[in-house]
Design a protein around this ligand. Structure first.
Ligand SMILES: Nc1ncnc2c1ncn2[C@@H]1O[C@H](COP(=O)(O)OP(=O)(O)OP(=O)(O)O)[C@@H](O)[C@H]1O
Ligand SMILES: Cc1ncc(C[n+]2csc(CCOP(=O)(O)O)c2C)c(N)n1
Ligand SMILES: [Mg+2]
Length: 319
């Protein structure tokens, strides 16, 4: 069974009397009266990270991807809770001190505070992070308007190439190897955007499963579709060089997730303010396409003005 089907059929009805649960179809729980936002994410060895050879990096990845859910909605994260399951080897003294040091660095970088959690013995290593933030307003999913522009922050695709390198499926020179694996472990979370995004975005989500999968998720209850221009999708100069050199297709690299960038739509008349805020906050914000009526099918247009046929849209949790 598909993850979304599972939530819809077995859990959605249980949240009916809690409107703040947002029908279990958004990135966060949000209680407007209490200004409270909560997000929960689980990370399992083998599925979300390859192994625990670099605990200090794995911890950074999971903290960042967890607060990303709040940041993309315009919420500053404040508290986080960690539940970990592991054994003598994964939770050795050396690993625990590396974990602690990494958490301290992330706390200083993002101004967040460890506030509780749980630790249990298991031979299956996993972490569940709960992130909490406070906000008067947030940006919801499914609030796109027809003809909205679609934007994405930062660059896409570096993280996926990093994963391929870590899995020894892609060979690179040490310097580039370091660049891409760092992007996989330490995605650039756009914290500076949290206060600003509410000035222009109609709807938003973070790119965790992949650009196309998350774009679908962002408008999954609306009678809308999207049109993207492949050439406009932002990638790093390092990734561009590699794609050109090895004649690899860009679409495969930008739709595999782990990016943790902010994807949003905004009315056309917001273009100027978006440019200004991007420059003031030193965040790359790129217009990649537009929202249209569902009468037209969602499509991606390549450099030669052809519509691209897609094999996969992104990462899927299947049960
Ligand atoms: N087992 C569950 N019980 C209750 N709610 C759930 C369960 N699994 C997921 N949800 C809820 O379903 C909604 C969608 O979850 P999903 O994991 O797709 O979103 P997300 O956390 O933004 O995505 P990602 O995990 O890629 O960041 C969220 O509101 C989430 O809290
Ligand atoms: C070892 C390894 N294999 C594959 C991936 C790719 N991946 C796993 S989960 C996920 C989506 C976000 O997860 P969720 O929706 O659970 O938050 C992605 C893109 C990875 N990160 N590590
Ligand atoms: Mg999300």
């Amino acid at each position: 069974m598909h993850e979304f089907e599972l939530i819809k059929n077995y859990f959605q009805k249980l949240s009916k009397k809690s409107p703040s649960a947002l029908n279990l179809n958004d990135d966060v729980f949000f209680d407007k009266k209490k200004s409270l936002a909560v997000s929960v994410d689980t990370y399992v060895e083998g599925n979300h990270f390859i192994n625990f050879k670099k605990p200090e990096l794995v911890i950074k990845k999971i903290i960042r991807s967890s607060i990303s859910d709040l940041v993309c909605k315009g919420i500053k994260p404040k508290y986080y809770f960690i539940s970990g399951s592991g054994n003598k080897k994964s939770f050795s003294k050396l690993n625990l001190s590396k974990i602690s040091k990494s958490l301290n660095q992330e706390q200083n970088k993002y101004k967040i505070f460890l506030s509780g959690g749980d630790t249990v013995f298991s031979n299956k290593l996993s972490f569940t992070i709960t992130s909490i933030g406070f906000a008067n307003n947030i940006i919801y999913r499914n609030k796109a308007k027809i003809n909205d522009d679609i934007y994405v922050s930062g660059n896409l695709g570096d993280s996926y190439l990093g994963l391929l390198v870590l899995k020894n499926k892609f060979k690179l020179k040490p310097k580039l190897k370091k660049y891409f694996t760092n992007q996989y472990f330490m995605p650039n979370i756009q914290l500076r955007l949290t206060d600003q995004i509410k000035k222009f975005a109609n709807t938003s989500i973070d790119v965790s499963d992949g650009l196309l999968a998350d774009l679908d998720k962002m408008i999954n209850c609306q009678k809308l579709s999207y049109k993207l221009f492949l050439k406009d999708i932002p990638i790093s100069s390092n990734l561009k060089k590699i794609l050109d050199l090895k004649k690899l297709s860009k679409i495969n690299y930008i739709s595999n997730g782990d990016d943790y960038q902010v994807l949003f739509t905004a009315s056309k008349n917001k273009m100027r303010i978006i440019k200004k805020i991007a420059s003031n906050c030193r965040v790359r914000l790129t217009k990649i396409g537009s929202i249209q009526s569902y009468v037209e099918k969602s499509s991606i247009i390549d450099d030669k003005n052809r519509t691209i046929a897609l094999k996969t849209k992104g990462y899927l949790h299947q049960f």
